[in-house]
Ligand binder design. Structure first.
Ligand SMILES: [Mg+2]
Length: 221
């Protein structure tokens, strides 16, 4: 881990990275997407689910597929799907403490919306600790793992990739970061689509706990 001593740019995915995937927040978002599609396209929930999963497979986010094929209003979609119950997400003191100690720029990089990132980080008690949120609008609705948003993010925040580390639960999203020269950390989980490619060379580290991993880095300094 010695190679992580000089990191000064810290990139974090949001969902299932800054909080435990077992909390199933994303399950709610997932269901709301089905509901949105069902209502918009006038199809039943089963059909909506199929469309949703196909778009996710093909375009990396359901939203991207809906924009391409149905010209929906992205703001309406984002507002609808992120209107979920977060009351069971609790403060994470350990994570708060370790993020506070990190030196350098800390940025959230998410395929979701800024509002959702703010809601989630407030619940966890870490909303004041970041220098920025790079959300799907900042990505111009081109989601991870397309290369464009990574390049845009690097430019916007003047990131030096060799001093940057990226934390993510969806393994394939780490690839473009690695190719840009960043260090990559996969947050271990059992979701088949998120774990796919988790044995690849573009993953430098794996961890069960983001807070513990950051603690180890903080102890190097
Ligand atoms: Mg995630």
């Amino acid at each position: 881990m010695k190679d992580l001593k000089d990191i000064k740019f810290w990139l974090f995915d949001l969902d299932n990275t800054l909080y435990d995937g077992a909390t199933k927040v994303f399950d709610q978002v997932d269901k709301k997407m089905s509901k949105f599609i069902s209502e918009k396209l006038n199809v039943n929930i089963e059909e909506a689910r199929k469309i949703q999963k196909n778009y996710f497979q093909e375009y990396n986010t359901t939203l991207n597929g809906m924009i391409k094929h149905h010209k929906i209003d992205p703001d309406e979609f984002l507002e609808f799907v992120h209107d979920v119950d977060l009351s069971f997400l609790s403060k994470d003191k350990d994570l708060e403490e370790e993020i506070k100690k990190l030196d350098g720029k800390k940025i959230i990089f998410t395929n979701g919306s800024r509002a959702h990132a703010i809601n989630v980080t407030k619940r966890i008690g870490i909303d004041k600790l970041f220098d920025g949120i790079f959300d799907i609008r900042d990505c111009e609705f081109i989601p991870k793992p397309s290369k464009e948003p990574y390049k845009k993010l690097v430019e916007s925040y003047k990131i030096e990739p060799q001093y940057c580390i990226f934390f993510e639960d969806i393994a394939r999203n780490l690839k473009p970061a690695y190719e840009l020269g960043m260090k990559t950390v996969w947050i271990k989980n059992d979701e088949p689509w998120a774990a796919k490619y988790s044995d690849s060379d573009f993953i430098n580290y794996k961890t069960d706990s983001l807070a513990k991993f950051l603690k180890e880095i903080n102890e190097l300094r």
